[in-house]
Design a binder for this molecule. Sequence first.
Ligand SMILES: Cc1cc2nc3c(=O)[nH]c(=O)nc-3n(C[C@H](O)[C@H](O)[C@H](O)COP(=O)(O)OP(=O)(O)OC[C@H]3O[C@@H](n4cnc5c(N)ncnc54)[C@H](O)[C@@H]3O)c2cc1C
Length: 391
Amino acid sequence: MTTGLEALLDAPFEGDLDASHHMFRAACARFVRDEVAPHAHAWEEAEALPPDLWRRAADAGLLGPTFPQALGGGGGDVLHLVVSTEALVRGGSVGVAAGLGSLEIALPPVLHLGTPAQQAALVPPVLRGERVAALCVTEPGAGSDVAGVRTTARRAGDGWALSGSKLFVTSGVRADLLVVLARTGPDPHVGLSFFAVDKATPGVAVSRALQKTGWRASDTAELAFEDARLPADALLGPEGAAFGCLMQTFVRERLLLAAQGHAIAQVCLEDALAHARRREAFGRPIVGFQVVRHKLADMATRTLAAKAAVYRAAARLRDGACLPAEAAAVKNLAGDVARDVSHEAVQILGGMGYMRETRAERLSRDARLLSIGGGTREVMNEVIARALVDA
Ligand SMILES: Cc1cc2nc3c(=O)[nH]c(=O)nc-3n(C[C@H](O)[C@H](O)[C@H](O)COP(=O)(O)OP(=O)(O)OC[C@H]3O[C@@H](n4cnc5c(N)ncnc54)[C@H](O)[C@@H]3O)c2cc1C
């Protein structure tokens, strides 16, 4: 039986969603039930997604729900993205959400900086699931310190020559389209530009497919660029515009990761509750032990708080009001809640919680990423402190 509180935890925040969100939520749930959940464990073990998953996700309307309809997107808002993220995490592998979702961080520079011709050429094939897109910002020597990027694009004839390497690129092994941050000038910030790079370009290579703690169903690459020759129209926007664009898109990326966080907590809470009701020890269901009951109560309380914070910030982003420090705070909150709730879920599941076949086990590993990817917990605190203390 589902209690009122359980239903509340699973429900979206009604005031923030309209009929289109509810229809989309149902479509996402169907896709995840039929196409993701039965295979998530196998994909995690294989550390790869089936090549046709992107096309099937596109057919179900899951790819690019917020992109303009003219480019093949859903024409929705950031709450559609929150809803699809919740559904995908419910499939039991955040790696699936990360792999299908790499376009959500790779395409914004094309949208914000690209000409209509570049947008029309680059975006629709990705949203049809025919091509996979990946964002290449991080390097072996520059992660949190984005301005430290050393990959260089220099003018060569009519076009550009790209040299350097990129690290931790989500979908980088599978990707066809790479959106690459490169240095076009000496200034740490205005010396950075974005380039749309076809992975088949001579001089572009996957140096390594990296093995990870979590997000295992999504591939992660180290990429090498050795004097790769790019056409003039590979440059996105004016030279030197990349840093500002990246800072703008961070808010959305961080909210997306925060949505993964509250969704991880939600699923882990459900699985822990179901297990605690079923499992007997010392002649009674373990849900009768006060220690377990109070763990569940704390898990529910924190999950509700994280979810409320994510929905509020997403609604404010839809309305153009979400502050960078607000997104950073919500990311840290939801990341902490995902970490703690998934940890307690593993504890309540006992030995089963340590088995790779359970969602709680996988999601507890996936949760670890949230304090690192998209800006570390410490860097988020710097963003918050700057807005709070230095403002
Ligand atoms: C699974 C995964 C997927 C990823 N996907 C992508 C992707 O698709 N594209 C992409 O470009 N990147 C991607 N990344 C990279 C990710 O964004 C970086 O790992 C992250 O920004 C941190 O950078 P770093 O790993 O170099 O750590 P570092 O910057 O070296 O940080 C190391 C430690 O130093 C601390 N630190 C650094 N600076 C400060 C400071 N100013 N104050 C206090 N502490 C500080 C950090 O908090 C951290 O604890 C991914 C990473 C992972 C793990």
